[in-house]
Design a protein around this ligand. Structure first.
Ligand code: NAI
Length: 339
């Protein structure tokens, strides 16, 4: 059931010569849930990332086809598809980075927390396998509710004795991507030069964009900032409603996931000053997990950065989000301990 396909060896030395020295390093990346709406475009984007030498595509089904398809792209990495639980170990063995978009997405009217009952179990079993087969891998958690699935993975790893808080990341990059796009539109500046930190968590009001720290500065009026904040918080729902029952954000999420994974790989390669926002174990607030800017290095998180100066509106948002985020974190921990 597994499809192994290698990119043409004939031109690999030519390709490699064109790379910067960092790209010659070998990195195996595994995508769990690779046949899904996010998984497929994410597999494509990881296939064209020159930092990846092996791309392992795992799902409960459908991955041989995705792997065969993606493997025909003439880039460096060797692609292998794995389908079904009996192949999960092979899919994970030797992985340096595991990206998890496995699980059900939202339908109109659902919150991310509504996904908890199904996705918590999936994340728990995948994390158990990671602890067994690639305990040193960096984990990028995309499966929702991220505010709970990251604590679930942490608890599983703690129980297995493999937990390294520097290596577990909740992927909140799509919130940053959205905040940057929406901000550029209102500030009327080219989006490519825009930066907006987004902190807190990854659901509704726990998503807190810090437009007061956005660059380039635009001094937008308070009502515009409030509308931008709300649109960033509801960005996922905007897509869920537009897709009208056919899933949630997949293409923009795959892009965001690929950006974050690339940053993790650059960090592993020792590229200096790689900074991304992510939901990680944190002491920036009193909550055990929190999203903020982090510096990525050879072992994952090198440093969790402080929130920096907040506007009064952002400070208010921060206080409002804490009880909800705390409850979601506790729900994840409780689930792992009771199941
Ligand atoms: P999808 O339903 O299209 O794909 C999910 C894939 O996971 C399917 O191929 C399914 O077979 C697979 N899967 C289910 N159980 C599995 C298991 N035990 N092991 C391996 N694979 C398994 O869903 P989509 O749209 O790709 O979304 C995936 C997840 O990502 C959802 O939980 C969604 O809420 C989340 N998401 C997260 C975002 C973020 O910003 N962090 C943004 C958008 C979605």
């Amino acid at each position: 059931r597994s499809a192994v396909a290698r990119s043409a060896p004939s031109n690999s030395h030519l390709l490699r010569r064109g790379f910067s020295s960092e790209s010659v390093l070998e990195h195996k990346v595994a995508v769990l849930g690779a046949a899904g709406g996010i998984g497929q475009p994410l597999a494509l984007l990881m296939k064209i990332n020159p930092l990846v030498s092996k791309l392992s595509l795992y799902d409960i089904g459908g991955t041989p086809g995705v792997a065969a398809d993606v493997s025909h792209i003439n880039t460096r990495s060797e692609v292998t598809g794995y389908a079904g639980e009996d192949q999960l170990g092979q899919a994970l063995e030797g992985a340096d980075l595991v990206i998890i978009p496995a699980g059900v997405p939202r339908k109109p009217g659902m919150t991310r927390d509504d996904l908890f009952n199904i996705n918590a179990g999936i994340v728990k079993s995948l994390s158990t396998a990671i602890a067994k087969y690639c305990p040193n891998a960096i984990v990028n958690m995309i499966s929702n509710p991220v505010n709970s699935t990251v604590p679930i993975a942490a608890e599983v790893f703690k129980k297995a004795g493999t937990y390294d808080e520097r290596k577990l990341f909740g992927v909140t990059t799509l919130d940053v991507v959205r905040a940057m796009t929406f901000y550029a539109g209102k500030a009327n500046v080219p989006v490519t030069g825009v930066n907006v930190p987004v902190v807190g968590g990854h659901a509704g009001i726990t998503i807190l964009p810090l437009f007061s720290q956005a660059t380039p500065q635009a001094n937008l009026p308070e009502d515009v900032i409030k509308a931008l904040t709300k649109r960033t918080q509801d960005g996922g729902t905007e897509v869920v409603e537009a897709k009208a029952g056919k899933g949630s954000a997949t293409l923009s999420m795959a892009y965001a996931g690929a950006v974050f994974a690339d940053a993790c790989l650059k960090g592993l390669n020792g590229v200096p000053d790689v900074v991304q926002c992510s939901f990680v174990q944190s002491s920036v607030t009193e909550l055990p997990f929190f999203a903020s800017k982090v510096i990525l290095g050879k072992n994952g998180v090198e440093k969790v950065l402080d929130l920096g100066p907040l506007s009064d509106y952002e400070q208010e948002g921060l206080e409002k989000l804490k009880p909800e985020l705390k409850a979601s974190i506790e729900k994840g921990i409780k689930f792992t301990n009771e199941n």
